[in-house]
Design a protein around this ligand. Structure first.
Ligand code: NOJ
Length: 749
């Protein structure tokens, strides 16, 4: 059957409804414009569907990756044909998705096209930095752009739905999925959530180069007890609403069409069956118009959670709580019809879920052209294009954070001999990081290649691996030390294996594994200038390196262009501008550690035993939130406000002058924090309320302004009202959470 025929099949149904509607229109024109065109189309399709077909639309299955490409599991093609499956994930490539779509639109009774989902988390083929790394850029244009490129690549390969952005805030670097989010702060996390959703979805799906975004994992998944993935989450509603919910809300407000329920239970109720989350908050308070999908087998897992006795009850709990689509549990497929027939689930609830799903298919334009995302020619042109590589390199270098520099960096390009050492120096496979979609290590520029690309033939580059990432073997040390002895400078690449972070990879110790730190010590003992390049998916505990490395660059997993981007920074073609989106602890015992803590009744005082502190280490982190160095220096003037006393509803403008006092052009992230001194409940000592990333030439000064509104002062008060309370506030501005100047203002009624 012709690809377009689907439109003709549905047309009589649409026409019937339109004509009927027209004949009985008696109300004055402007009184009720009636349903929008998509709603009318959705209703017309729904009217044709059997209960089984409706449940089929609520069913999402995965396909697998075989040795030659994606493969479909036995039985799924029949499920598509019989209308028992409305969406697939992990199916990708234009050709493969086209084949499956053909089954849906040519062989099923109603010819409803499939959705194709995929974890396009930080790139599809062209890989961008892991999200935690990209968050370090504090560059919203970069965050949006990388999502736009990822969407365009994915959309060319048959996909129309990404399971991203992951906006789970976390304050626990043991949690493996810390790599997949934006770090510890609700404000920064919300800004990034917004940028990602806009980047993925754009303003229209017409051109077929954008995909549906999915804000996940709703909610609180980043706060598992002990940092152990999938573990229970339990916290006060105030903390949950003020700290953890804002990034999901920002994603929804930015227009995300889908939301994924989290695996965790929250205050005793698994998210997948939590009507407070999905009905009251998501739909009630935030007016979310799209559909909610579970996480992988999330419905079945409610049996293990101990909240239901079997899969049938699990499906009932989920659907009644507001879950519209079942990922991989098959609980809806196997039991929901019976639940409806028994009166346990009203068919109206099924209709509501199916409407939301069909709406996205119409929005994507799949009913007009089901193959719109399966274009082999476009796939060839778009994937890994030179243009996309340029974006990837730019975003990667913006994500690098300079943690220490004792005058070692930038290195001179005219250097005679450079030793490039370490298990990650000549590595490609790790650079893509966890959750790397269809990304392949072979497309990545290793650090060694990036350095070779950068330096002229005259530079002698000696490479030595030194050791493996893990294990006790030091047999490679001798060659590494010999290389260092011959060199004028050493670049040492060490860190984690990419699979040490990501899903189900929580670590109790977050050190640099194996013999890598020992290798660093011995190399530094040679007296050569050593620049340590860290590649990792989470904050690491590295007290010795943090205090002794001549230079320390946090390079995360930077993706396809990693090596070129790092070389740009090492040799000064790009002046590092990243700032940490999460605190790096001194030792694991400090976790959870975050800048936005409360003061307590006994705030830290080194000279008093009876204060809130550790007896063995300081309270402060090794590297704080917002911290990052540059090859130039910035001087902040004293912040000024336009009024120190203001009335409720009035804005306050804070002005600060920032000057580049060094000899290189550079970017600075000017950060704006608030402290509410007295509240009806205790308030954090600092909360980020704004930031601006600015570029200054050497000697250039700029006045930066931040506007504080009444809403910036609001929080969940003693009675759980979202409101600002009168009183005094410290407004702080600076280049890191631990390096600010403040000015006090007072709000009166
Ligand atoms: C499980 C993960 O938690 C989720 O983030 C992902 O989207 C799904 N698997 C599908 O791959």
């Amino acid at each position: 059957m012709n690809e377009r025929k689907i439109a003709y099949i549905l047309l009589p149904a649409f026409l019937g409804i339109f004509l009927l509607g027209g004949a009985f229109t008696v109300a004055p024109k402007q009184a009720d414009p009636g349903p929008d065109p998509i709603t009318r189309k959705v209703d017309s399709v729904l009217a044709l569907m059997t209960l089984e077909e409706k449940i089929g639309q609520m069913t999402l299955y995965t396909t697998d990756w075989g040795s030659t490409g994606p493969v479909i599991r036995p039985g799924y093609a029949d499920d598509i044909r019989s209308g028992h499956c409305g969406a697939l994930f992990n199916s990708h490539t234009a050709a493969f998705t086209r084949g499956l779509q053909r089954i849906a639109v040519e062989e099923s009774r109603l010819k409803i096209p499939l959705l194709f989902g995929f974890d396009v988390v930080h790139g599809y083929k062209t890989m961008f930095p892991i999200p935690l790394g990209e968050a370090a850029s504090w560059d919203m244009e970069a965050c949006e752009k990388s999502a736009e490129v990822a969407a365009a690549e994915a959309a060319s390969a048959g996909l129309n739905w990404t399971f991203a952005p992951m906006v789970d805030l976390t304050r626990d670097p043991r949690w493996g999925r810390v790599m997949e989010g934006a770090g510890e702060d609700p404000y920064l996390g919300s800004r990034i959530a917004r940028a990602k959703v806009i980047g993925f979805q754009g303003t229209s799906f017409d051109k077929g180069d954008r995909v549906l975004a999915c804000v996940k994992h709703f909610a609180g998944y980043g706060a598992p007890i002990g940092g152990r993935d999938y573990n229970t989450v339990d916290m006060s509603e105030r903390e949950f609403r003020e700290v953890y919910l804002p990034p999901y809300k920002a994603g929804v407000e930015a227009g995300a069409w889908t939301v994924m329920a989290a695996f965790n239970d929250l205050d005793g109720v698994p998210s997948t069956g939590n009507s407070w989350l999905m009905k009251d908050i998501l739909r009630g308070e935030w007016n979310f118009p799209g559909f909610v999908v579970t996480d992988y087998t999330g419905i079945n897992e409610m049996v293990s959670h101990g909240i239901v006795a079997n899969q049938k009850e699990a499906g009932e709990l989920a659907v009644l709580a507001g879950v519209d689509m079942d990922m991989q549990s098959a609980a809806y497929q196997d039991h929901l019809k019976q639940s409806v027939e028994e009166g346990k689930v009203p068919e109206a609830r099924i209709d509501e879920a199916v409407r939301a799903i069909l709406r996205t298919k119409f929005l994507l334009g799949l009913f007009d052209d089901p193959y719109k995302f399966c274009n082999e020619e476009r796939e060839q042109q778009v994937l890994l294009s030179a243009e996309n590589q340029a974006v990837a390199r730019d975003v990667a270098r913006k994500s690098i954070v300079l943690l220490r520099n004792e005058g070692v960096l930038p290195l001179a390009k005219e250097i005679k001999t450079l030793a490039v050492i370490g298990p990650l120096a000549d590595d490609q496979n790790n650079l893509i990081g966890a959750w790397s979609g269809a990304g392949e290590g072979r497309h990545c520029v290793s650090l060694l290649s990036g350095i070779r690309n950068k330096l002229g033939k005259g530079v002698n580059i000696i490479y030595a691996k030194g050791c493996e990432i893990e294990g006790e073997d030091q047999s490679g040390f001798a060659a590494a030390l010999a290389a260092a002895q011959k060199a004028d400078a050493v670049v040492l690449a060490i860190g984690e294996h990419k699979d040490m972070s990501g899903e189900a990879t929580s670590r109790a110790t977050i050190r640099i594994p194996g013999q890598q730190e020992e290798l660093a010590r011995q190399l530094m003992a040679t007296g050569k200038p050593v620049a340590v390049v860290l590649m990792n998916g989470r904050p690491l505990v590295m007290p010795w390196l943090a205090e002794n490395a001549p230079a320390l660059l946090e390079c995360w997993w930077l993706g396809t262009q990693a090596g070129n981007a790092i070389a740009d920074v090492l040799f000064g073609d790009y002046n590092p501008s990243g700032k940490l989106p999460i605190s790096f602890p001194r030792l694991e015992g400090q976790i959870p550690i975050f800048y936005s803590h409360k003061n307590t009744g006994r705030p830290f005082d080194l000279n008093s035993k009876w204060t809130s502190k550790y007896v063995d280490i300081p309270n402060s982190p090794q590297f704080p939130f917002g911290y990052g160095l540059s090859y130039t220096s910035f001087r902040y003037g004293k912040p000024q406000v336009d009024k120190t006393v203001f009335r409720r509803g009035q804005d306050v403008t804070l002005t600060v002058t920032v000057e580049n006092t060094g000899r290189r052009a550079g970017e600075e992230v000017v950060q704006f924090y608030l402290r509410d001194l007295v509240g009806s409940v205790t308030r954090p000592v600092q909360e980020l309320k704004g930031f601006q990333k600015i570029m200054l030439k050497p000697g250039e000064r700029r006045e930066i302004q931040f506007t504080l509104t009444e809403n910036d002062l609001a929080f969940y008060t003693r009675t759980m009202q979202w409101a600002a309370e009168t009183g005094s506030f410290d407004l702080m501005v600076g280049g890191s959470s631990d390096d600010v100047q403040s000015v006090r203002v007072t709000m009166i009624e």
